[in-house]
Design a protein around this ligand. Sequence first.
Ligand code: GCW
Length: 663
Amino acid sequence: RAEDGHALWLRYAPLDEATAIAVNARLGPPELFGNSSPMTQAAQSELSRGFDAMLGQSGRGVILARAGQLPGGDSGLAEPLAGLPSGGYRIAQRHDGRVAVVANDDIGLLYGSFALLRHVASGANLDAIDVTSAPALPLRMLDHWDNPDGFVERGYAGRSIFNWWLLPDHLDPRLIDYARANASIGINAVVVNNVNASALMLTPRYIEKLARLADAWRPLGIRVWLSARFSAPRDLGGLSTADPLDPQVRRWWKDKADEIYRAIPDFGGFLVKANSEGQPGPQDYGRTHADGANMLAQALGGRGTVIWRAFVYASGSETDRVKLAYEEFKPLDGKFASNVILQVKNGPLDFQPREPFHPLFGAMPHTRLMLEAQITKEYLGFATHLAFLAPLWAEALGADTGHGEAGRALTVAQTLAQGGMAGVANTGSDRNWTGGHFDQANWYAFGRLAWNPDLSADEIAREWAAQTFSRDPAFTVPVAETMVGSRQAVVDYMTPLGLAHQMGTGHHYGPAPWVSDLSRPEWNPTYYNRADKSGIGFDRTVTGSDALAQYAPSVAVHWADAATMDEDYLLWFHHLQWDYQTQSGRTLWRELVARYDRGVAAVDAMAAQWADLASYVDARRHRDVADFLAIQKREAHWWRDASIAYFGAVCGCDLPPGTRTPA
Ligand code: GCW
């Protein structure tokens, strides 16, 4: 039912009459040239589902053709497909005016079918359609932080969608809907378990369960992966060590890989969090991350890939935590096997509302890289606050790393060409999958950007809103505008001007800029704000931690000078006096207050706008969103009030005249 949000963006709401007639004119009896396969069947069944629902009648469909199997008169349709990567497709009209989806491979037919449905579901007709598209990045992956017991780490949408208890005998049909949703946006890989991994997932019982999932998802182009616990040879194998250079350990992993591939011939590989936040790893045995990754890579051989996470900050955090991953991994560039990918979070800290891009992007030219984004909003108000993340990811993907050749740009997205993007999933057992209805947009946007990092946040927001709620531009245009601005609103009311990690410690919800008593210094908000009587901010220039030096000189230069830089990163890189004059002419203190106020005002406006749009949305979903916005509104005020009360007390500064006093 549309009203509980379960259908996601695959609602296929009926078209208005004029569009339905125009679309119908371009369809005919569904047809497939060549043999059918489980994948083409999945494509055809989705096309009938979508068109039947949108047109209100059944039987009209689309021609699907593999490039080599087009009939003579239409063979030209395949020309733009030459040289496209797997999954690429073209949607165009045949000589008789009917629409065809053409691709080099079956996965391309599947993606093309979903793209065609998206096109129509977003409100466009088929009269002049001619779209050729292919994925920019080979791996487009969801990482679930789901534990085998059903608890989801940083999950805000109920329990895990994976019921390991009932698998392999029973497969919840929701897992097919989940795979359809993923396939519709091009996601082709899923890590089913938490990177804080339980070794249980590698036992024969669980491999059998995983095989059932793999079989169910294969027709939708999704491969399964596992997070592997590095100490598994000890935990499960009865060995006394997990040293990656120990022959018995190597044998154990090789045998384990063989066992998995017997059950799942297209198993993707292992994702590993090692020597980070208490997880076991090669450094427990005096070995490097490369030793650990390469050992697993050898066990998989040509069959699969190891994705090794760069999220480490084990030692030396007293100086500056954000420098540690670079210091650890940069020297290992070129030392990883060809089937290893290094997975780097978008920023050097930890999924903050805003961070500069991670300095490892562009700095490891001989290593395959994957960008890790967090779809679940651990530091952005969980599932409750409306924060559309496409602008955050687009900002990272589009950043010039400064490592291009001959002065040319090399964007973060370009450094991912041999790897891809992983998103920490925000799904759970809630009827609407993601807790908040607008959180569905983040799942959607993640997939769309992993397919094409050049898409604009606005474009993604509009197509999502049209498919999910209403195609009326009187709805989609203002809603998209609000969505695009929503992330900046969160930045403003939580951590303006480049502040970071000011959230309540442990749970990461709500303000706590005053907390300073945790045993690991780099977990304290005061470690990041460095606010005292004289000023605020983290000096990461040459006079401070010099984290700035980890960026290419052409990039670092933009952040080196507080007076000319983009002030969105001001206090990330600089410690400044409270009376420092910002670019607006206000003192730093007043600018800070103005930013908090701006964030609060933006949320107030979002809530008011949503109230005005009630007539476009079914009552149930409208109310759900309105309730969440009311919470966000209250909590934006809480963030502002608590933050300026604390910082004001530290600096001994008065509130600017006319400012509402914290409650
Ligand atoms: O963002 C932090 C989270 C941890 C998480 C860790 C990581 C899975 O607070 O819950 O652990 O990052 O990415 O490994």
